[in-house]
Design a protein around this ligand. Sequence first.
Ligand code: RUQ
Ligand code: CUA
Length: 651
Amino acid sequence: MRSKRMTWVLTLTATAAVLGVVTLQSCSGAGRGADVSAIARARGLTEADIVAAVKTFQPTGKMDEYLMFGSGGHSGQVVVIGVPSMRLLKVIAVFTPEPWQGFGYGSDEHKALFENARMAGHDITWGDSHHPALSETDGDYDGQFLFINDKANPRIAVIDLRDFETKQIVTNPNMGTNHGGTFVTPNTEYVIEGAQYSVPLWTDYADVDRYEEDYRGLITMWKFDRDRGRIDEAASFSIVLPPYWHDLADAGKGPSFGWAFLNSFNTEMATGGVEDGNPPFEAGASRNDMDYMHIINWQKAAEVAAAGNTRMARGRRVIPLQTAIDEGLLFFVPEPKSPHGVDVTPDGRFLVVSGKLDPHVTVYSFAKIQQAIQNGDFTSTDPYGVPILDFNSVIEGQLEVGLGPLHTQYDNRGNAYTSIFLESQVTKWSLDPLAVVDKIDVHYNVGHLAAVEGDTKSPDGKYLVAMNKWSLDRFNNVGPLLPQNFQLIDISGDEMELIYDMPIGVGEPHYAQIIKADKLQPFEIYPEIGFDPSTMSTASDAVQAGEERIERRGRNVDVYMTAIRSHFNPEYIRVREGDNVTIHITSIEQVRDATHGFGIAKYNINLSIEPGESQTVSFVADAPGVFPFYCTEFCSALHLEMMGYLLVSPR
Ligand code: RUQ
Ligand code: CUA
């Protein structure tokens, strides 16, 4: 812990003065200010601890200035955290069913979503969410949508920030897994998804002895339709890449608008197989000193795709590798060994790459890259014919930042912050001149960093969160599976200050983005009674008060139900064994936070019905018997009475 200029006494006096004002206003008695030092002494707090507490504590009812959207790792979800208090506000269900939100527990709307998310003939009920991307307008977060990838099963999800709910999951049958997603272009024209481990493209099966011939990498540009709030699958396209493994990507902005950058590793095309006496993947894939950063002209690629210069692969449009080369859509530049992040600077002029096995960050100049492309200044081609630019002629410089650099974020004062995995540090460095400014220890093994608005064209420069993989001794022992540790760092001054540790016990987050909270305008309640969040419009089967009824047609039973404190109407659903039951349920509540649940015993059904919301649940009443249903949210004093019976008479 760094020493502060302020003395212990001064700090306490200042704190006491602040508290003194509060004490006077709240008339809760004199002398509380004096207690602060006693409390601090008793708890063993240092002056830095007190400053950190004052910087992060939010009194009740006070809102955070920023919201952080973090991936939930292999929980498949997204975590929403207030900054600087680091309070967990919500876990948004994305790829994994989640009963509190009624996500995937019976509603027809979610059944349709999960149906579209199936892969290889399987229901997929988990995801490995890595990199959230907030929608952007002119290179700045606009607070409208959030995208996130599922690395394990190459899929992309769309979350609408009007209600913080997942609206769409699209699958990518031409990838084995993904990793270079999600990254948006500056106006969210496209959502970028880069594959990770290559798999056969034009044939469904090829053994590894056909690796170089049949396996291929891929980058997909998902077209986003902002009006519909959906990815337009038909208007999306992919570009075929050599069978390297691909890593993170970023979209150019400002002068580099129209271009995308994608890291690669295993350009050795090692095929592993320790069991046959071959070097393992980890050795084979790190033999060379350099891999290739892929420089992709997505704007031109969109024209090539629009002109029909594509082939179909598993029902999707792809630009073949040779077409990409011939049309000048794809170039390579060497990048240091086993790169992880590629991060475009706020002004869009430079790209920062960190090679995990190289202690430097490498800063590439976009202008120099363009110049070299225009001059046809290529040193050679890769085995597939992709032109390679000369490393030394396109870099701006390199800076030694520490062992195992991974990811870089930016502030508003020309500084960059790079996570240093092996040394468990964050290095702050200036872009011009290239120089290390400060280092801080983090605990431990930091992966990504997220600075406030830190990957936009206008970072805010106030806070940085280090997303640490290991927490070791930072929290109470909760058994051999430990939480991760998000550490909040104040970056507003000359020196970085660590001010908060937040345990994350819900999965292994990777990346996060942090947006100014006032850019978000979520609904307080749904805008009308009978609103269907899956279409963001009035439900065709919405039920208004007074319209409650049960309709039978043969074996089909439709229940039109309303919910309001503290009853469902109707309260009895009488059906016969084997009937197809559809419950159309609308919350006719108009009071904020008056959420009702709808759980049916032993049928694995639970919905969350927020004020105004309409949902539909259909099931076969295949088990005869008497099944209570009840409201699963404690909505009122008579919440326990908010129930009814599903009576299934034997046939
Ligand atoms: S990646 S740190 Cu997706 Cu960097 Cu995990
Ligand atoms: Cu409605 Cu409890």
